[in-house]
Ligand binder design. Structure first.
Ligand SMILES: Nc1ncnc2c1ncn2[C@@H]1O[C@H](COP(=O)(O)OP(=O)(O)OP(=O)(O)O)[C@@H](O)[C@H]1O
Ligand SMILES: [Mg+2]
Length: 341
């Protein structure tokens, strides 16, 4: 092989220029063939074919190809597409929820096997719970684990923006589900499950709800449908029947809060004996994961501003008390969390 060819090959690889890479490699194969090294030439060609088949056009680029699925036209304004990277191991769940989600993922991974027996994996879920307790994150995690795009549909926006045309738009979304397999999150689901607005047409909302129920019931796509809501008690009973599972995301228990804190902050403590995660979590009882995320960030910032490299129990407890007092101010005092550990 000529040195110039070797250089061109290396340059193409470094630049990620798959076309040049292929061209030079084929030239080398031709050279080898004409020098009587037909075995080497054949091997080079078959290697190029193999790489092409595996990576589409991206010969020589080590990164996997990420399919870009962006809904266009009107659908583009209704669906927000993303490729979340949230993984199951990044999140903490109560044991029962953990097992259910594991099962959901496992069933999805066995889709092909099931289909030969005429079975479908569970794929229609209603997620219920107060704000900041994991509904959206779980939808992201399902997409992240299964390597599928996540499409978020904001129902409240859909209702107010396209009053009178909502049902038609919902149908378009369900059509898209068949064509592009993904996780479809209907956020603020309560806006059609319970909406009793004064300025909006109640008849329209009822129509939308019944269309939605019908669409869910008839849907036989391979996409995952996730509906998320804050208000379990207000949702129609007829709704629950349409879902394979209703997954509850209540305010996290103390043990779960402790686990969350430990995972977030383990890198700024020397050992678990420096901080009692349980004791700190007990102070935070009643807060959501979203609150805990803020409290953790506040504690970290305070640590940095103090010129420290380790977080202390005092800093963390202080940050948690701040979140609690924000809650007391913003929301009516439903619950006193006065019992100190
Ligand atoms: N189970 C969990 N484990 C770890 N972190 C979590 C978990 N659930 C939520 N979080 C964290 O809390 C934050 C808020 O959660 P999320 O957005 O999923 O709440 P939500 O239930 O969708 O709230 P809302 O009803 O307001 O939409 C997320 O940024 C996420 O990082
Ligand atoms: Mg959410």
């Amino acid at each position: 092989m000529k040195t110039t060819m070797l250089l061109a090959l290396v340059r193409a690889q470094v630049d990620g220029d798959s076309e040049s890479f292929k061209k030079v490699a084929l030239q080398i194969a031709a050279q080898e063939a004409s020098a009587g090294h037909s075995k080497v030439a054949t091997e080079i060609r078959s290697l190029i074919d193999k790489v092409h088949a595996q990576q589409g056009q991206h010969v020589g680029t080590p990164k996997p190809v990420i399919p870009i699925t962006r809904p266009n036209g009107e659908l583009g304004t209704l669906l927000q597409a993303s490729y979340p990277e949230v993984k199951f191991r990044d999140m903490v769940f109560e044991q029962q929820t953990h097992l259910l989600l594991k099962r959901i993922l496992k069933e999805q991974q066995n889709r092909q096997l099931f289909s030969s027996y005429g079975l479908q994996p569970r794929r229609k879920f209603l997620l219920v719970g107060p704000p900041g307790c994991g509904k959206t994150s779980t939808a992201k995690m399902l997409a992240g684990e299964l390597g599928r795009p996540l499409f978020v549909v904001r129902l409240e926006g859909l209702l107010s923006r396209y009053l009178g045309e909502t049902s038609a738009h919902l149908s378009a979304i369900f059509d898209a589900m068949k064509k592009t397999i993904g996780v479809y999150l209907f956020d603020e689901f309560d806006s059609i499950g319970t909406f009793r607005g004064d300025t909006r047409d109640i008849g329209e909302v009822r129509r939308v709800l019944s269309t939605f129920l019908q669409l869910i019931e008839n849907d036989d796509s391979d996409s995952i449908i996730v509906a998320a809501t804050n208000y379990e008690q207000m949702l129609d009973n007829a709704l629950f029947r349409r879902f394979d599972d209703v997954v509850e995301f209540p305010r996290p228990a103390v043990g779960l809060l402790a686990e969350f804190l430990k995972r977030r902050l383990h890198f700024v403590v020397n050992s678990d004996t420096d901080i009692s995660w349980e004791r700190v979590a007990k102070e935070a009882e009643g807060l959501s994961f979203a609150d805990m995320e803020r409290a953790s960030a506040d504690a970290l910032k305070a640590m940095l501003m103090n010129g420290q490299t380790l977080v202390t129990e005092d800093l963390l407890t202080q940050a948690i008390h701040e979140r609690l007092s924000v809650h007391r101010r913003v929301f009516s005092p439903k619950k006193e969390s006065g019992d100190k550990g």
